[in-house]
Design a protein around this ligand. Sequence first.
Ligand SMILES: Cc1ncc(COP(=O)(O)O)c(C=O)c1O
Length: 405
Amino acid sequence: MKQTVATAALASAMPAARSTNGYDLEEIERKLAKGSGISGVHKADLPTPSLILNLDHFEHNLQHAADHAKKHGLGLRPHAKTHKTPEICKRQIGLGALGVSCATIREAEVMSSHGIQGLLITGELVGPNKIARLIRLTRKAPDTMAVVDNPLHAEMLSEAAQAAKVKLNIMVDIDPTGRRTGIAPGSGAVELGKKVDSLPGLELWGVHGYSGASSHVKGFKERKQHSEKFMTPVIDSFKAMQKAGAPARIMSGASTGTYNIDSGLDGMTELQVGSYAVMDVDYRRIGGKGNDEVYTDFKPALTVLATVMSKNYDDIATIDSGIKSFATDRAFGPEPLLEGVTYSINGDEHGRLHLENAKVKVEFGDKVELIVPHCDPNVNLYDRMYVCRGDQVVEVWKVEARGNV
Ligand SMILES: Cc1ncc(COP(=O)(O)O)c(C=O)c1O
């Protein structure tokens, strides 16, 4: 696996120092429960593999997106599917986000139970179980929004809302390109908006349009062309809905790759970017605005901390982080924060560091950090993330909605 420019630029001069204290999970939990905080706990003291959040990078990312949205007069409803962590939502809302988007009813229930409001559930909630839970959630959090992409679903929601004497807030899900969920842009979408508006128990709020196919198009120019081509018909449908008298107010979409493209599209009102908060190898490869090879608008904030568990050869080292520690849905793996070092999976609990071109020494017992390949499924492997300012662990955030797909 080739190392990218991105990693070389970030590489630390030396592997992390070895642990002196070596806390285990229970000790850290006890410290937190006692309210004594985790002062004095360093990254190198943590059990491995652990998920690490670089607070400086994370804060930069949140601020950058918040500033961008504000500058363009847009709302921000960041997607929580990326991190499933209420503490992150709270910080996003603290910087002005209107609420958060959620992929599933379960994510929305978890976020709501932690006091997060302004939820937009971007996946269709189909079947009695999910509809009943949407109604329960809306009773508790009346500003919750759900999506529909066909008239039958709208009718089912209307019936359930009337029976429960609840008003459901609905967005029409328009499909820019993915052929996954969403109705095609055009007259059918406008008719669906009008139907939602006319059905008792439902209130039309606007349009949800997520062009996932645009998000990772390599090169800014190419990405811009792609997103504009596919988002324009969606936004035109949103405007046509308004013209037809259906009171659509929100036009929500965009991704980390297109936030600075879609914000220039007339009619857009909200951005639902997700990965930007923590980033990953996948996004760093899409290229930046100034023809840069690396996408640096947002900084890589999420790493896995691992330990070199075997070092019997000059050209390789084995770390304690393999298939169970990293998302493996991409053709590439994580990137070690060690200049000249690359990684390959070497088993469920083992990973291999390739040291032929290493610019730093890697020794038995060293702690190393690796940028996660794809943030969403990678976070979902961990119960908690250790939030670090430099080498100091300052907080532990629970990934409360993990596993609850
Ligand atoms: C519906 C929807 N909206 C927004 C996002 C956020 O995209 P990204 O994480 O690329 O910013 C996603 C991510 O998969 C998504 O599925």
